[in-house]
Design a binder for this molecule. Sequence first.
Ligand code: GDD
Ligand code: MN
Length: 380
Amino acid sequence: MSQQLSIVIPTFNESQNVRELLLRIEAALGATGWEVIFVDDDSPDGTSSVVRDIARGDTRVRCIQRIGRRGLSSACIEGMLASSAPVIAVMDADLQHDETILPAMLASIEQKGADLVIGTRYAPGGGMDNWNESRKTMSRFATVTSRMILSQPVSDPMSGFFMLRREVFDLTVRNLSGLGFKILLDILATAKHESLQPLKIVEVPYHFRNRVAGESKLDEMVVWEYAMLLADKTIGRYVPVRFLAFSIIGGVGVLIHMVVLTTMLKGLAFGFTAAQSAATAVAMIFNFVLNNILTYRDRRLTGLKWFRGLISFMIACSIGALSNVGIATYLFRNQTQWVLAALAGVLVGAVWNYAVTQLYTWGSGGKKRLQPKKPPDKPV
Ligand code: GDD
Ligand code: MN
């Protein structure tokens, strides 16, 4: 039987769930016609090893292990790119998505000509167990705001359980944001601009189960990640959202700078140079910490790399500050209005800081780490 369906499953610390999930998928779909691709972000609980253990005895199963990266959406995209069946499904590893609707989803595509099938909690027959009020409210809020970037109404655009024809993915993949948790929303919002309209969408209700083993990875930061996705899908064509985030944080950094400076100068009677230096250092550390948590959430530095990152960030931003002052002074001396000269300096400094730290603080460090320590043995 030829392959009909590729199932992409993002994992982070799901070692206790993968075996059971595969048994259930086989029970739902039968023994052949499908493959499963796990995309694991180097889970500390060894999920990748568990998957590879299974894969050694089962060619339907594969593992993509990503190192130094995090992110549900980008993991799904990479899994889909590595798949080969004409239909692709995405589902969670934690058994919360009801695998028994997979055959109905597949039939909607193969027999009823759907382009995209969404497992939905918000249609008759669907639902979820006791979610607390705040999570329910958040989910509803996200569902409502998502309408901004969607052209076709769907009941559960936040769903992480869906299936699509490979062509839909092929035609959207180059324009996906890949930011945050909401890969379906990303696909829906991107398909809006492509030659895919109208998409034939079918919804299949299911009951979202409670998690038994492991824990949810969604934290307070989902709100931020969601905002980044919305921003990217609206103004992202004009300004990179990471630059936007970087600049907003930089703006807050200036306020912090002024507070520290004023406190030290007026409150604690330090000299100007000492106060200005301390304020600069505090603002830089603040900027680094926030950018590491927010702007570069998917490449977050920890441990020793965090310190190395901080040093490179401070060096880069010091050079940025020098060029800012240099350019502003040059323009000012050449008859530019002082406000314009200052703004030009700030802009050049910001772009420099962004470009250089993207490359050196949150960028190529990761790549270097992946190089083998010693050259590989010569082939014999
Ligand atoms: N590779 C990778 N990288 N996988 C991840 C990451 C990550 O950074 N974060 C989470 N995952 C995996 C989890 O291991 C799980 O298989 C799946 O993605 C969903 O993560 P959960 O942490 O279990 O999410 P949830 O149950 O709170 O959220 C679910 O409901 C949402 C609907 O409100 C998910 O199904 C979401 O996709 C869905 O949007
Ligand atoms: Mn879950």
